[in-house]
Design a protein around this ligand. Structure first.
Ligand code: BGC
Length: 454
């Protein structure tokens, strides 16, 4: 078998990602306020086995060691998120200096290690105090978010290379429409109102970033991270095609449209009728701010069929896998060509703007040996196959600038709790010992050579 070496463009940014609630722990330490995820996980029946992020990877106390590990692995960039209620315990008003200081120490440690800081302002953990004032369905939340963002820009704007306003705002909104994510309200109209406030909040925050701070313009770039999965109609008929369009627009069009084109997907808004959000004069201009990059999280390919009893959107979704690749430990399909298909669809909308894969990874039921080592060949193969498709996308002209594996280390996988695991690094939760898996060593090699073997 011949080996083909696929070399990535110079400067391709190799990283790994985490988020605050999933790794930090210390949920009520040093003045941190409660978030919707604290409340959700502390509610009976919400998370598997009653697990919570109270301790998680104890990253709040182990940050220095974790950054040293990133350096050892050769990461060029690290994507993390900032816990809003750690910085502003009530969501608005007084700054909790000890919380802000934690992120300043993290950014400085990354700087010393030569690792680019990629900070996400909202990775789902809205302060509970703001949820009690209506949460994201309340359009005031956009302003609260911009005010919070300004606090971070002021303090860290000279050192953070990349900012993302939201992570997967679709999933934040699902927390209002459904029961699987915090706050779990199960209110369809609230989901669509949340979507509009999330877009407004994004716009206001980008606007604030561009306006600069007391000492002038900020050094980094700003964008947003969307979950961009691949969707295919189940059949060739008109009904499946339109059902598929509704599914894509509900998850992606409602963000890609306002943010990249200044409009909402019309057919979906008509379909929603009274559930569609109220859009006031000036709103769409505010959402449609020039951004510097688009972050794309990618995990799934779905086949969408029209289903008369398929809920509000009248559709049903099934996971697709490439034959022989099976599924992940979360039951998700594995379909490497899907990642390239999305890039080829979304690339033209982004009109040449840099795109980063801000998350991609696989959940496995890892088994470790006595020393804590995991020989996760399945994960290595998964990443390899994804990287090959990404390389092909670059060859076809997509302006893809980097890849962040999800996740740097095993962590709290939301409603699934601590199993299965996504990390490059094994975390033994009782002892908090970190052990790089085979995939971590392999990924270090990819970074070092800026290349993947086919
Ligand atoms: C999220 C992560 C999550 C990962 C795997 C993404 O939707 O941004 O927080 O752990 O997928 O489920």
């Amino acid at each position: 078998m011949s080996m083909l070496t696929r070399i990535f463009p110079e400067g391709f940014l190799w990283g790994a990602a985490t988020s605050a609630y999933q790794i930090e722990g210390s949920w009520n330490e040093d003045g941190k306020g409660e978030s919707v995820w604290d409340r959700f996980a502390h509610t009976m029946g919400r998370v598997a086995r009653g697990e919570t992020g109270d301790v998680a990877c104890d990253h709040y106390h182990r940050m220095k060691g974790d950054v040293a590990l990133m350096k050892e692995l050769g990461l060029r960039a690290y994507r993390f998120s900032i816990s809003w209620s750690r910085v502003l315990p009530e969501g608005t008003g007084a700054v909790n200096e000890r919380g802000l200081d934690f992120y300043e120490r993290l950014v400085d440690a990354l700087g010393e290690a030569g690792i680019a800081a990629n900070a996400t302002l909202n990775h789902w953990d809205l302060p509970q105090a703001l949820e009690e004032r209506g949460g994201w369905p309340n359009r005031d939340c956009a302003r609260w978010f911009a005010d919070y963002s300004r606090v971070l820009f002021e303090r860290l704007g000279d050192r953070v290379a990349m900012w993302a306003t939201h992570n997967e705002p679709h999933v934040t909104a699902l927390g209002y429409g459904g029961a699987d994510f915090a706050p779990g309200r199960c209110d369809a109209a609230a989901e669509y109102r949340a979507i509009h406030s999330l877009n407004l909040g994004h716009g206001e925050a980008v606007h604030a970033f561009r306006a600069g701070g007391k000492r002038g313009p900020y050094a980094g770039k700003i964008g947003i991270v969307l979950d961009l999965h691949h969707y295919v109609p189940a059949g060739e008929g008109e009904q499946d095609r339109l059902a598929c369009e509704r599914a894509v627009d509900r998850a992606q069009g409602v963000f890609l449209g306002p943010i990249l084109q200044g409009r909402y997907p019309e057919r979906l808004m008509e379909w929603l009728g009274p559930l569609a959000p109220e859009i006031r004069a000036g709103d769409l201009e505010l959402c449609f701010q020039p951004i510097d990059f688009l972050g794309m999280n990618h995990y799934f390919t779905f086949k969408i069929a029209y289903a008369h009893r398929g809920g509000l959107l009248r559709h049903s979704a099934t996971q697709v896998s490439e034959p022989g690749l099976g599924e992940t430990a979360l039951g998700w399909g594995v379909n490497p060509i899907g990642i390239r298909a999305v890039l080829e669809r979304v690339g033209p909308m982004a009109r040449g703007m840099p795109i980063y894969i801000s998350e991609n990874g696989t959940a496995m039921r890892d088994e470790s040996d006595a020393s804590g080592y995991v020989e996760d060949r399945g994960r290595v193969n998964f990443i390899r196959r994804m990287l090959i498709e990404l390389h092909k996308a670059i060859e076809s002209g997509i302006n893809l600038r980097g890849y962040f594996y999800w996740s740097l280390m095993d962590n709290f996988e939301w409603a699934s709790g601590y199993e299965p695991r996504f990390g490059l690094v094994r975390v033994d939760f009782p002892t908090q010992r970190r052990t790089p898996k085979l995939s971590a060593r392999w990924y270090s090699g990819v970074i070092e050579h800026n290349a993947v073997e086919e």
